[in-house]
Design a protein around this ligand. Structure first.
Ligand code: ATP
Ligand code: MG
Length: 564
């Protein structure tokens, strides 16, 4: 895989600069990074930023990037998530090789380290309830208060912690806390909980444990155990860094990785937190985790986003230290840029209007040669059947068109892409509804291929399919899931209020050129003049394709935004 996509002329971001310096000065001889998801949901585009950063650095600096499941909370985690996360990372184009790890693999060592902390007089068993612990913790402006259990003897702590492990105590009745400083200005340092009792089976360790280590305690030690050199995480962990360092400084660990924080990806017109995505899935607002309107990796894949476009997007937005918002249009443009080069052009009529070419021989079928990509001849050509009865887009005909309408209408001539020039003759209406049922045209036999030997100019070119040969199919027009840039900005309004009512529109009776019957599910094409479409991998059947619109040809939302 080309990892320099779009990176070649860019200056190094601040993290890569640190890494390059560490290598140059000999501080590090090898770089090891990790991507540490918690298997409690599906990955989303925000995770892609972290994946591209961690695995990207792995590829650029020759070090491995570990895949590590941060599976310390058995009550919310599932094996299915582990599978989907691995699948998503691979699909994005990254490979951890042998380096697949689980924090749960370290439960024994984490437990030994906790015993070590107790022996050092740096951890104690606390019997306060959760509420009391919060109350004693103080606030940002007031210091906390020592727990009455803070000065238990080492022996008593060892005994109680062992009995916690044996399952003697109820959930919530006791925890193990690090003994740091209840007056620290940093709340995270006020004797944080490092172990809690959870009488829940774990998807990997089964019933072996009824005490589980907390995230902050687990993460730094897992990094150290694996020999991670640079532990890259999002800005909300900045305040946790002193704890990260305290644990590693207090214990005798194999190494002390450096935690570096970067700004998370915030994308407008969407919600990014797993908790909110779960609400959308469970509430039936979308069709599962891989609904093509979702910015989960599985949703984007189903929608048809190419992985290279997502990688390119991540490289375009860069890595910084300041929170910022990225416009959805940037992601969509990255997808357009990719598909503009890679997607073969085809013809698909979304809202068909029948056209009868009166002077075309009744039983003749001609094969018209069409380019698969107008700018890239190496993508070859294909043959399109052309006959007396065709379909065009309903919007390409107007009974009473304005002057600048360069398509079909009374007195107008138009070019059928890769075929002939046709001229309007008459329209036939449904006597009851007044809807136009079909139109009649004549063709000029001298204009095969689309040019007139007499040099007359025809401005408009429209797409078409042959009625007898076209493939009928539903097409799903997807649009943004939310209709406002910041659906979760207001505290008093539920973000679901801002769901875009037009985020999906299903057109049942579309017609596409016959060759698309052979398309591989998941592959992508441009319907000329319409947008980019992907053959749905789940709902398509042989001879009955279902297309998803990946993205329109142009950004129609940019204008919307100017209005706001
Ligand atoms: P969420 O906030 O959506 O619930 P999370 O942070 O709880 O996600 P994790 O499984 O803990 O999800 O995330 C794994 C890694 O992905 C972490 O290192 C985290 O910092 C990173 N990550 C999560 N969201 C983003 C984002 N929006 N931008 C960049 N990195 C992210
Ligand atoms: Mg997290």
């Amino acid at each position: 895989m080309d990892t320099t996509e779009n990176l070649s002329e860019k200056p190094l971001d601040f993290i890569r600069q640190i890494i390059a310096d560490d290598l140059r000065t000999g501080k590090k001889s090898k770089i090891v990074t990790r991507f540490p998801p918690e298997p409690n949901g599906f990955l989303h585009i925000g995770h892609a930023k972290s994946i591209c950063l961690n695995f990207g650095i792995g590829l650029e600096y020759g070090g491995p990037c570990h895949m590590r499941f941060d599976d310390t909370n058995p009550s919310k985690e599932e094996l299915a998530y582990v599978q989907s996360i691995m699948n998503d990372v691979k699909w994005l184009g990254f490979d951890w090789g042998e380096n697949l790890f689980y924090a749960s693999d370290y439960f024994d060592r984490l437990h030994e380290y906790a015993v070590e902390l107790i022996k050092l007089g740096k951890a104690y068993v606390c019997d306060l309830t959760g509420d009391k612990i919060r109350e004693y913790r103080g606030t940002l402006t007031e210091p906390g208060k020592d727990s009455p259990y803070r000065n238990r003897s080492i022996e008593e702590n060892l005994d109680l912690f062992e009995r916690m492990r044996q399952g003697e105590f109820e959930e919530g009745s006791r925890v193990l806390r690090a003994k740091i400083d209840m007056a620290s200005p940093n709340v995270n340092m006020r004797d944080p909980v490092i172990y809690r009792i959870l009488k829940v089976a774990h998807h990997r360790t089964g019933d072996k444990w009824c005490i589980y280590p907390m995230y902050d305690y687990t993460h730094c030690l897992s990094d150290a155990i694996e020999g991670i050199t640079h532990s890259l995480c999002t800005l909300e962990f900045e305040d946790h860094r002193p704890l990260y360092d305290w644990v590693l400084d207090t214990l005798n660990t194999p190494c002390h990785p450096r935690q570096i924080e970067f700004a998370r990806l915030n994308l407008n017109y969407t919600v990014m937190s797993k908790r909110k995505i779960l609400q959308l899935v469970n509430g039936g607002y979308v069709n599962g985790w891989d609904d093509p309107r979702m910015l989960t990796i599985s949703g984007l894949r189903r929608r048809g986003y190419p992985p290279a476009a997502i990688r390119n997007f991540c490289s375009l937005i860069g890595i910084g230290k300041k929170e910022s918002w990225i416009d959805m249009g940037v992601l969509e443009n990255a997808v357009r840029d990719n598909l503009n080069e890679t997607a073969p052009r085809v013809m698909g009529v979304l809202d068909p209007l029948k056209v009868i070419i009166d002077n075309y021989p009744d039983n003749l079928v001609e094969e018209m040669e069409a380019h698969n990509h107008p700018q890239n001849p190496s993508m070859g050509t294909r043959m399109l059947p052309f006959a007396k009865e065709i379909f065009i887009e309903r919007s390409d005909f107007m009974e009473d068109p304005p002057k600048k309408f360069y398509r079909l209408g009374p007195g107008r001539e138009v070019r059928l892409r890769y075929a002939y020039l046709i001229k309007f003759v008459s329209a036939e209406k449904d006597p009851e509804t007044g809807d136009i049922k079909e139109i009649h045209c004549t063709f000029d036999p001298d204009t095969k291929g689309g040019t007139a030997p007499d040099g007359r100019k025809v401005k408009g070119t429209i797409h078409w399919v042959s009625s007898a040969h076209a493939l009928a199919c539903p097409v799903r027009l997807y649009d943004r899931l939310f209709s406002v840039p910041h659906p979760d900005a207001e505290k008093n309004v539920d973000f679901k209020e801002y769901l875009n009512p037009d985020s999906i529109k299903v057109l049942e009776n579309c017609l596409v050129e016959p060759g698309l019957a052979a398309m591989e599910p998941g592959s992508r094409v441009q319907f000329e003049r319409q947008g980019y479409f992907c053959l749905d991998q789940v709902d398509s059947q042989k001879g009955r394709p279902v297309f998803n619109r990946i993205v329109t040809l142009r950004d129609s939302w940019a204008k919307e935004q100017e209005k706001i």
